[in-house]
Design a protein around this ligand. Structure first.
Ligand code: F6P
Length: 346
């Protein structure tokens, strides 16, 4: 077989580990691998490279993606689906492995359901918000970076009797904020899913300081909606900027949180927005291992002629679920966990 592979959407650590694992397994079974560059754009515009042993050697540990990435998608309409099919026919591709998050999978599903393209999806995103799987490649690495950042912020906060507000990514899902907040000992964890106000956050901090602490850590997920019982955020304009998928570009909510907390508590407050640092650098061992399992499983599905599936982690198992499961709302932190999160604050 000739198997195509692409990486789409925002990058994350572990993409190269997926490529490497798909390649090894496919070669072992006598197949050839072709990489399409810049996600779906490379298929639409016919930009590809043969993935040889020389190109793939040693990439397991490398961050980013040797195939590059973009948010472009055949589901954006026009003649794109036809161009995708034409490119794949030209290269005699028998199946396409699509490594991506929600936006990229939307394209995979459309090409499978509406155009019969033999696709298999592999989930990745630092947000861990793709429906259908409990874990995505990249999350563990971003979590490690965010947790280390909180560890580092804790010591400088203590030296200067400060409150530190650390903003992490994750869009509308609070997985990164919740898990780094718990692991990194944050005193306040502001998730997009929970309706905590800044006044509640400030009172948690005041209570801590009244009990003898002189510094505090707040972690806030970038998708947190600013909430105040006393109208502190009235009149703030929402960002008008949209990303390649048409979602609002997030980032910066922590500035407002910090200003409000400083005003309400009187404690000197500083802000750190971790941003794309969370997406860079080498993957953790856990992400490499997950990428390896997912990559091998995807290559096996293709070898067995099973298409229209997403490789997913369900419980402790790696399984194939219908690509349709990636449709719908983002997988967010469920209400059952809110009490647990509250239990770690203060
Ligand atoms: O979806 C991954 C993600 O890193 C989000 O956490 C973040 O909001 C967004 O992508 C940033 O996108 P961009 O790289 O386009 O700024």
């Amino acid at each position: 077989m000739r198997i195509g592979i692409l990486t789409g959407g925002g990058d994350c650590p572990g993409l190269n580990a997926v490529i490497s694992s798909v390649a090894r397994r496919s070669w072992d079974r006598g197949h050839e691998l072709v990489g399409f560059k810049y996600g779906w754009r490379g298929v639409i515009q016919d930009q590809s490279i043969p993935l040889t042993r020389d190109i793939v050697r040693g990439i397991m540990r490398e961050g980013g993606t040797i195939l590059r990435s973009s948010g472009e998608n055949p589901s954006h309409g026009g003649d794109r689906p036809a161009r995708v099919l034409a490119t794949l026919q030209r290269h005699e591709i028998d199946a396409l492995i699509v490594v991506g998050g929600e936006g990229t999978m939307r394209g995979a599903l459309e090409m499978w359901r509406d155009h019969g393209l033999p696709v298999v999806g592999v989930p990745k995103t630092i947000d861990n918000d793709l429906p259908g799987t409990q874990m995505t490649v990249g999350f563990d690495s971003a979590l490690a970076i965010a947790t280390e950042a909180l560890d580092r912020l804790a010591t400088t906060a203590e030296s200067h009797d400060r409150v530190m507000v650390c903003e992490v990514m994750g869009r509308t899902a609070g997985w990164l904020a919740m898990e780094s907040g718990i692991a990194g000992g944050a005193d306040v964890i502001l998730l997009p899913e929970m309706d905590l106000t800044v006044e509640e956050a400030a009172s948690i901090i005041k209570r801590r300081h009244a009990e003898g602490r002189n510094s505090s850590l707040i972690v806030v997920g970038e998708g947190y909606t600013l909430r105040s019982d006393t109208g502190l955020f009235d009149g703030l304009e929402e960002s008008e900027q949209l990303d390649a998928y048409g979602y609002p570009r997030l980032g910066g909510v922590s500035q407002h949180v910090a200003r409000a907390v400083e005003e309400l508590t009187g404690y000197e407050t500083r802000v750190t927005i971790l941003g794309h640092v969370q997406r860079g650098g080498p993957p953790t061992a856990r992400d490499r291992s997950l990428a390896a399992q997912f990559g091998v499983f995807a290559a096996d599905l293709v070898h067995d002629g099973v298409f229209g599936k997403l490789v997913a982690q369900v419980g402790q198992d790696v399984v194939a679920v219908p690509l349709e499961e990636t449709e719908g709302d983002a997988r967010v932190v469920p209400e059952e966990l809110f009490d647990t999160v509250r239990g770690f604050m203060g």
